[in-house]
Design a protein around this ligand. Structure first.
Ligand SMILES: [Zn+2]
Length: 341
């Protein structure tokens, strides 16, 4: 499915959900309480109480504040003058977002998630939110982003949300753009949309890989030649490749080559699956997931049967090692080995 159509479909359903969900009525919840003059007018006790409440209820955006609220109270009680000054900085003209962000670790209990919600509550057209849901949601939409809440990713979050806001003006601001991430990660309807899309996408990739295998005359008996081709493909910068006058995704060409190189055989259990049309079915699995920055590269791909693939995705993993071009891992207390050569 075309990515743009997919996004349009998601945005339509999101818009329906948004109008009925508390997220939309909470958008201006702190409008009168998070202002420079009002915060400055609070006594130290009132100041601590206000932020304790804000952390406990996750700024009415995220949950989990119950776990951090006491840690937070200890932090500010011993440090109230410093915290007051720090947390009022974003209202000043010479505010440096980067410096502020990097100083966050000095305030345990006031982590990146709640701190960026606070910024967003000051100005939802200026500051995006970054919590676990943001990062998961964006990677489900196909953006390349790892799961760490660092400064580099904050800049990426802003860039990606800007792209979305540009393409879909109905999103209006970073608060609503973040509610979209919540919709995709935590709301059943959104999760279903993503999973349907991924299944369609997988199916289309599978068809394309089959077409490449049939059309590209890849000689599977000549392993050396295959290996040369796949390293060449891996190093290519282009996203597309033309075979016999038809354009394919480079990713699919690479996966077709790797599947041939591995004889369409599961690297964990040696299963092969012959389809009625004479082709083989097998899956490609990223050792380091794409969402965490893992690459489409020969040494990051395992060829697995559907069973072993799900075992790898959902089982309890330990002892993961890569040594002498051999990958080994223990899943649910059983050891597996696969060659990366
Ligand atoms: Zn298997």
């Amino acid at each position: 499915m075309d990515r743009k159509l997919f996004l349009e479909k998601i945005l339509n359903e999101f818009e329906n959900w948004w109008t009925h969900d508390p997220h939309s009525s909470n958008i201006n919840f702190y409008q009168n309480t998070i202002t420079a003059s009002r915060l400055a007018s609070l006594s130290n006790k009132e100041f601590i109480d206000f932020f304790y409440g804000f952390v406990s209820e996750g700024g009415r955006v995220q949950s989990g504040g119950d776990r951090t609220k006491n840690k937070f109270r200890n932090t500010v009680q011993n440090n109230i003058d410093r915290f007051r000054k720090y947390v009022l900085k974003p209202f000043r003209d010479n505010f440096s977002l980067k410096d502020w962000f990097l100083q966050l670790e000095e305030y345990p209990g006031f982590g990146v998630g709640i701190a960026t919600i606070f910024l967003n509550r000051i100005n939802h057209r200026k500051y995006p939110i970054m919590n676990n849901k943001t990062l998961k949601g964006l990677s489900r939409l196909g953006y390349r982003i790892s799961s760490s809440k660092n400064w580099t990713n904050y800049k990426l979050v802003k860039q990606y949300q800007d792209d979305l806001l540009n393409d879909f003006p109905t999103l209006q601001n970073y608060y609503k753009a973040d509610a979209l991430n919540h919709f995709l990660v935590a709301v059943y309807q959104g999760q279903e949309l993503i999973s349907d899309y991924l299944q369609i996408d997988n199916f289309e990739n599978e068809l394309e890989q089959h077409e490449i295998e049939c059309g590209a005359e890849i000689d599977e008996t000549n392993k050396e030649e295959l290996y040369k081709k796949l390293i060449e493909c891996e190093n290519s910068k282009s996203e597309k490749i033309t075979i016999n006058g038809k354009v394919y995704k480079r990713h699919n060409y690479l996966m077709a080559l790797i599947k041939k190189y591995r004889d369409h055989k599961c690297q964990f259990c040696s299963t092969t699956i012959l389809k009625a049309n004479g082709a083989y079915y097998i899956e490609a699995c990223h050792i380091k997931p794409k969402a965490e920055g893992g690459k489409d590269s020969f040494d990051n791909i395992l060829i697995l049967c559907p069973n072993c693939h799900k075992l790898f995705d959902y089982g309890e993993r330990s002892n993961e090692k890569k040594r002498n071009a051999t990958y080994s891992i223990t899943i649910n207390e059983k050891k597996y080995k696969a060659s990366l050569k």
